[in-house]
Design a protein around this ligand. Structure first.
Ligand code: ITT
Length: 200
């Protein structure tokens, strides 16, 4: 599999500032220069694939082809067992055009309607794409529980209602460095780093 060379420029193919922060943090020791799709003025492609891997691939390819640089995309989401895995790939859409995650978390709580099944998980698909169309996709998942009311101001999205298994704090309460070391995104990134990046 192809690897990025030392000092290579890599596009972070996301328009979500929370993801840009976490991905840049995870890549910081690996000698690549990151630039976000937003900073390059790249458009947001329509995410019409049925799963995380498909959406990550189409975002990474659009950014790599649009910029002429290798690109890394992240498609991710929050799932509740009591909702049959929803919102899942629709996690961003549940927040509406205003990206209102207070509303999205309230919808999760409302639709769970007091269900005793509090199992939840985050999934992340990372896709590396090169301008010639080669891609490689990596998946990460973290199990936990959904809590109500939301707790903590760190992180983004659904972080305040998720407690990973074995922990007490939500991702919103947790020190960001701890989330970054153990999250669904970190797990997918560990595989991407092995395959596509130079050792730190
Ligand atoms: P891009 O497509 O531009 O990357 P997006 O926010 O639309 O940005 P997704 O389509 O992958 O990204 O939507 C994933 C949503 O799932 C995201 O907006 C968050 O609300 C949620 N999510 C993903 N990872 C999360 C995390 O680590 N913590 C909290 N919420 C997360």
């Amino acid at each position: 599999m192809r690897r990025l060379s030392q000092g290579a420029r890599l596009v972070l193919a996301t328009h979500n500032p929370g993801k840009v922060r976490e991905l840049a943090d995870l890549l910081q020791p690996h000698g690549v220069e990151v630039v976000s799709a937003g900073a390059l003025g790249l458009p947001e492609p329509e995410e019409d694939a049925p799963d995380f891997a498909g959406n990550a691939r189409l975002k990474a390819l659009a950014a790599a082809i649009g910029s002429g640089l290798p690109a890394l995309a992240d498609d991710s989401g929050f799932s509740a067992a009591a909702l049959g895995g929803a919102p899942g790939v629709l996690s961003a859409r549940w927040a509406g055009p205003q990206k209102n995650f207070t509303m999205a978390m309230e919808r999760v709580h409302r639709e769970m309607a007091g269900s005793a099944d509090d199992r939840a998980w985050f999934t992340c698909a990372l896709c590396m794409a090169w301008p010639d169309g080669e891609t490689a996709t990596f998946l990460g998942r973290v199990e936990g529980t959904v809590v109500w009311p939301p707790r903590g101001a760190h992180g983004f999205g659904y972080d305040p209602i998720f407690v990973p298994l074995g922990g007490m704090r939500t991702y919103g309460e947790m020190d960001p460095a701890h989330k970054h070391a153990t999250s669904h995104r970190a797990r997918a990134m560990a595989q991407a780093l092995l395959s596509c990046f130079l050792p730190a």
